[in-house]
Design a protein around this ligand. Structure first.
Ligand code: NAG
Ligand code: NAG
Ligand code: FE2
Length: 426
């Protein structure tokens, strides 16, 4: 029997030379990570995020209450800077209480500079370091959504860590804890080697909602407590949507699972944020959502978060000449042409789905046929994206497939900013 199938497989390969020889990998199991130290004051799950033009938020967890203090400086072992912040914790059902979640903002910081820091003050034994983004082009973004905590997630992160980038962007679905709160702790430990070194700018997906009728009526409890993003700094009243600038790029992080209808807080905030953008200082404009507005995979078709949010906000983004929209949710990679209202439009954004970080649910392998003309590249494989914004007009996007643990470039395209296209100016 085995031999017959081998023969069939060989025949298929011979007869269909265009079929990729890459076998889509199976799902891998979740990993479990424990704290690396028994000391209840030892910092763990360290991650950082950008705050304003020259500050960084440092977040970490301790088992017991400690001073939310960070000491930092540009020489290892010498910490001329010191900052205090806040601690909080949250309860989930009766069975789980988080550790102390500490948040400290440090800065002003110099651009393109390595800082050494200790969480918990001078007496803490472990030193971490991060690099601030540059102040001039080029700037490099690593992008991967729907990450999870499997061996594939880890493999994807290994690949990202080998690519010298400035900022990590996650378009939603972080830990896949799915109510089991200790999985959030594993996620924090898994990402620390990267997320303590480069800012992680995230938005939330459906797996962050974690609402249980009657028993836990608050949405996004773990997400909002553990992954506080710089929303106040961009005039937002919610951690679920915000924006930030890096060099000449304005990035808008939207929330697919909170109100987005015209008149909602998010909608009004988006209108205001778009009006405040000066394309002379930030020629590049990107948006990040979780549930894709364009998607030719069979998975997640027709969901309210995709259809209604697109209906509500697509014209706002189009009129603002957004260059790029990243999304996740569908566990595959797909790149579209410039699109507006389902058709090619040279002044519309390029839509990219990159929900292929490697979570426990596996790949979304079935596509709608025939491929619509607006979909330029689609493939159900794990991987991550690399965006190099070279200068005010040019950027290069690459999709790196995770080929059984080897990172291989499979899609690459040059993009030009709509801010430089005179025929698209409003
Ligand atoms: C942080 O708090 C400690 C204790 O209250 C205080 O001694 C220290 O001066 C504060 N540091 C800063 C930078 O505010
Ligand atoms: C921007 O980068 C592209 C690609 O490297 C290059 O062709 C172009 O000349 C650059 N533009 C400027 C103004 O330097
Ligand atoms: Fe999702």
């Amino acid at each position: 029997m085995v031999k017959v199938w081998n023969l069939v497989a060989i025949m298929l390969v011979v007869l269909l030379p265009n079929v990729s020889s890459y076998d889509r990998p199976a799902t891998r199991k979740n990993i479990v990570m424990h704290p690396s130290s028994n000391d209840p004051l030892s910092p763990e799950q360290v991650h950082i995020s950008l705050v304003g033009p020259d500050k960084m938020r440092i977040s970490w967890i301790t088992k017991h209450s400690a001073m939310p203090t960070v000491v930092y400086g540009t020489t290892s072992g010498k910490y001329e800077g010191s900052a205090n912040g806040t601690s909080s914790s949250y309860q989930y059902l009766l069975i789980y209480r988080s550790g102390l979640i500490n948040d400290v903002i440090v800065g002003p910081l110099k651009p393109n500079t390595v800082y050494y820091y200790k969480c918990g003050g001078q007496s803490s034994t472990q030193e971490f370091n991060f690099k601030t983004p540059p102040s001039q082009f080029p700037v490099k973004f690593a992008v991967a959504g729907d990450l999870g905590t499997t061996e594939w997630s880890k493999s994807t992160l290994d690949h990202v860590s080998k690519w010298e980038h400035d900022v990590f962007i996650l378009p939603g679905d972080l830990s896949y804890a799915d109510l089991l709160q200790p999985v959030w702790d594993t996620f924090g430990r898994m990402v620390q080697p990267l997320a303590s070194k480069r800012p992680w700018m995230v938005t939330q997906g459906n797996h962050e909602v974690e609402l249980i009728p009657v028993l836990h009526r608050q949405s996004f409890t773990a997400y909002n407590n553990r992954w506080r993003m710089p929303f106040e700094e961009s005039g937002s009243t919610s951690n679920l949507y915000y924006s930030f600038n890096v060099v000449g790029v304005h990035v808008i992080m939207l929330g697919s699972y909170t109100d987005f209808e015209p008149g909602s807080d998010q909608y009004q905030w988006l209108e205001k944020d778009l009006k405040s953008i000066d394309r002379k200082t930030t020629p590049w404009l990107m948006a990040v959502i979780h549930a894709p507005w364009y998607n030719t995979n069979e998975a997640h078709q027709g969901e309210k978060e995709s259809v209604d949010m697109k209906q509500s906000m697509e014209t706002l983004l189009y009129n603002a000449r957004v260059d790029l929209v990243f999304s996740g949710h569908v566990h595959a990679y797909e790149r579209f042409n410039r699109v507006y209202q389902d058709k090619f439009d040279k002044c519309g954004p390029v839509y990219i789905n990159i929900g292929d970080g490697g979570n426990k649910e596996g790949l979304a392998k079935n596509y709608r046929d025939p491929t619509p003309a607006i979909s330029l590249f689609r493939e159900a494989s794990f991987g991550h994206g690399q965006l190099v914004v070279v200068n005010a007009t040019h950027a290069q996007w690459k999709w790196q497939r995770n080929d059984d643990d080897v990172s291989v470039e499979k899609d690459s395209v040059w993009l030009t900013s709509l801010s430089a296209d005179l025929s698209c100016q409003i």
